[in-house]
Each structure stands twice: as structure tokens, then as C-alpha cells.
Design a protein around this ligand. Structure first.
Ligand code: F6R
Length: 364
């Protein structure tokens, strides 16, 4: 059942190229993303005043990437909330707003409660769900299914990638229906996105470097994940995945925020994993990396192939294929998953069933 893999998590990591391809298949009209099968038409998407993303954990991180993408590409305001916060903070939503609930299981209690509240307040609700017929799928006005197939490992991997996939498709479609880009540009975005599954397949081939870097992380008491912009969203996910299954304390920080307190944590040898795929932010992130390096941090850096980074900046460098900056989260998801996986394996953890956790959180 694990298809020759040692753990479900590793199997599911390798299933990502297929899951992504399945999730986009058949969801285009003249080459433009289209979700009218779910009842959510281009016309409706063109009209919402505000968009909210509400979810928990990894699914919330997918929503964060969605916010950056939609705001950048489609110029629509997006607010992201943790479901357990949203439902108790008297959210200012109502008619004309769209609330997008993201959930692998479709059963997360707080996300379901946030959905019910949003409906009560008059907003339209769209769920992005993996499990067909689950409570969140049934209760929402519209549902877009991700097609990851069953995810057994408690730590979410392929479900995250397909949630991201839907975020990209919605961002592309919104950018088009809002007139920010024309049809050709939209098709060009889609064409570039369609190269992602093959690029992931190629990335998955190089396991040794992740095993090697994991061997450098495994004895840390604590580590930091840093990044800016889209890379900050990915660093949040990287940090969660790593702490969840390896039990090494980890935090993620916006790189520019370190000097406002957190940098005092840096001691000799503490790992700092810096994600720096965004060209316009590269210099800024490098300067933050040099600040932690000067205080003894052991730096692991994730950059694109073409990024110019001096050899004294990082102790270990992970290179990603060159891609449009906005697509980077699809590729950086692989190193962060594999670093978490191999670190947990080296520590002898119960990778697929980390302590104290359940796959589906149906309690509040
Ligand atoms: C972390 C993880 C969790 C879930 C969260 C939401 O690896 O899997 O953070 O993402 O519990 O679950 P769903 O998506 O089922 O609502």
C-alpha cells in the first residue's frame, strides 16, 4: 500500500506531479481557468468586493500564498484568517464578499464553523476541499475539489500542492476577468504553470542533498525559517512541517522582522533556513542572512539557479530551477517537505503519525 516507499509521507510527496496535473485537468475554457462546473462563474468572480481565505494549519498557508498571488496578479484585496480566530473576531463580512474555505479533510471543526458563520452573515462561500462529500464540501455554496487522492500521512504534502494549484488557477482567472491581463497573458501563465509537474519530478530525483542537509539539522534544539513575500508564506509551511514531524522547535519569521527581537535567539551553529526565490527581494534577504551569519548561524539557503549569491553567504545552498518568481512556491514546497521528512527519519520519529496529532481535527 505504500507502493515501495518507506512511509506514506514519502509516497505522497512523490505523488505531487500527478496530483497537480489531475487538479487542473478539464478546468479551462479557451485556455482560461474556469470553475463554472462548481457553480462559480467568471462573472461572479469579477464582482466580489473582498475575498477572505479561512483555514487551519497547512491549508491556511496555502491561503497565504493565494493572497499574495491574487493581490499581485489580480489586484483584489484578500484577507487570510486562521479559522479559530476568524470565527470569534466578529469578522466584517457580508453580501458581496467571497469567503474561501480551504480544507483537505473537509471536516476541520473550526473551518466548518467559520463556513457556517460566513453563510449566516450573507457572504458567498466557496470551499476548496479534497475529500468528496465531506461536511465542508456539502455545506458550502460552491465547492472546488482538489484531486490529491487519499492523504494518509498526518503531515500534509500533496494536499498542500493541490490547494496551491487552485490558488494559482483562481488568481489567473481573476486577473483575466478583472481585466488586469488579457487572454493571451492568462494562457501564458497557464502554460508556465503546466510545466510545474515535470519540474517537480526532476526536483524529486536529488534526494542526497536533502538527506545530507537533514543530517546537519537533526541535532539542533531550535531553528528558524525565514523569507520575504511569497517565500515568507513558504517558510511558514516549511517550519510547521519540520517541527510537526521531527519535534525540533522551529519558528518562521519574515526576514525583515528578525532585527525587531528574534535575532537575539541566534547562537553559534543554530540553523537558519532562508528561502530567497524572489528576484526583487534577493538583496534584502541576503542582507538579513548575513546578519544571522555574523552571529554564528548555520545557513541553508534556497535560491533559483541563476540567483547570484556570494559563496560566503550560505553554508549550504539548495538550487531550484529558474521559473517566474510568482511560481516559486510550487517548487520550494519540495525541498521544505524533504528536509522535514529526512530530518524526522534520521531522528527515528514516527513520520506518518507524529505524536499528539490526528489527521482530521474535528474538535474545536
Ligand atoms: C499539517 C497539517 C495540518 C492541516 C490542518 C487543516 O501538516 O496537515 O496543519 O493542514 O489540520 O486540516 P484540513 O486541511 O483537513 O482542514
Amino acid at each position: 500500500e505504500k507502493g515501495g516507499y518507506e512511509h506514506f509521507m514519502l509516497k505522497e510527496i512523490h505523488e505531487q506531479p500527478v496530483a497537480i496535473a489531475k487538479t487542473i485537468a478539464g478546468r479551462f475554457k479557451d485556455g482560461i481557468p474556469d470553475f463554472s462546473e462548481s457553480g462559480i462563474t467568471a462573472e461572479m468572480l469579477g464582482k466580489y468586493k473582498r475575498i477572505y481565505m479561512v483555514a487551519c494549519g497547512t491549508a491556511m498557508h496555502a491561503g497565504l500564498v493565494g493572497k499574495y498571488l491574487i493581490e499581485k496578479l489580480a489586484r483584489v484585496e484578500v484577507t487570510v484568517d486562521i479559522a479559530s480566530e476568524f470565527r470569534y473576531r466578529s469578522p466584517l463580512i457580508g453580501e458581496g464578499d467571497l469567503v474561501i474555505l480551504i480544507s483537505q479533510s473537509g471536516e476541520t471543526a473550526d473551518t466548518l464553523a467559520a463556513l457556517k458563520l460566513s453563510k449566516k452573515l450573507g457572504a458567498d462561500t466557496l470551499s476548496v476541499v479534497n475529500v468528496i462529500g465531506s461536511s465542508i464540501a456539502r455545506e458550502s455554496d460552491y465547492v472546488i475539489y482538489t484531486h490529491a487522492g487519499p492523504e494518509i500521512s498526518v503531515a500534509s504534502t500533496k494536499a498542500y500542492s493541490v490547494q496551491l494549484t487552485i490558488m494559482y488557477m483562481l488568481a489567473f482567472q481573476l486577473a483575466y476577468v478583472r481585466g488586469v491581463i488579457d487572454a493571451d497573458q492568462c494562457r501564458e501563465y497557464v502554460r508556465k504553470f503546466q510545466e510545474i509537474p515535470d519540474e517537480i519530478t526532476a526536483l524529486l530525483e536529488d534526494k542526497e542533498q536533502y538527506q545530507y542537509i537533514a543530517s546537519k539539522l537533526m541535532n539542533a534544539d531550535s531553528l528558524l525559517y525565514i523569507g520575504r513575500g511569497l517565500d515568507y508564506a513558504t517558510s511558514m509551511e516549511g517550519s510547521l512541517k519540520l517541527k510537526e514531524i521531527s519535534y525540533i522547535h522551529s519558528e518562521s519569521y519574515a526576514a525583515g522582522e528578525l532585527k525587531h527581537g528574534t535575532i537575539s535567539l541566534i547562537t553559534e551553529g543554530m540553523p537558519v533556513i532562508a528561502i530567497a526565490t524572489q528576484e526583487d527581494l534577493l538583496e534584502k534577504t541576503i542582507s538579513n542572512v548575513l546578519e544571522v551569519k555574523a552571529r554564528g548561524a548555520m545557513v541553508v539557503m534556497l535560491c533559483k539557479e541563476k540567483a547570484q549569491v556570494a559563496s560566503n553567504v550560505a553554508d549550504y545552498m539548495i538550487r531550484l530551477p529558474d521559473c517566474e518568481d510568482f511560481l516559486a512556491p510550487m517548487l520550494t514546497s519540495i525541498p521544505i517537505q524533504l528536509l522535514a521528512y529526512y530530518t524526522a527519519v534520521l531522528k527515528g520519529r514516527d513520520v506518518d503519525k507524529p505524536r499528539n496529532l490526528a489527521k482530521s481535527v474535528t474538535v474545536e
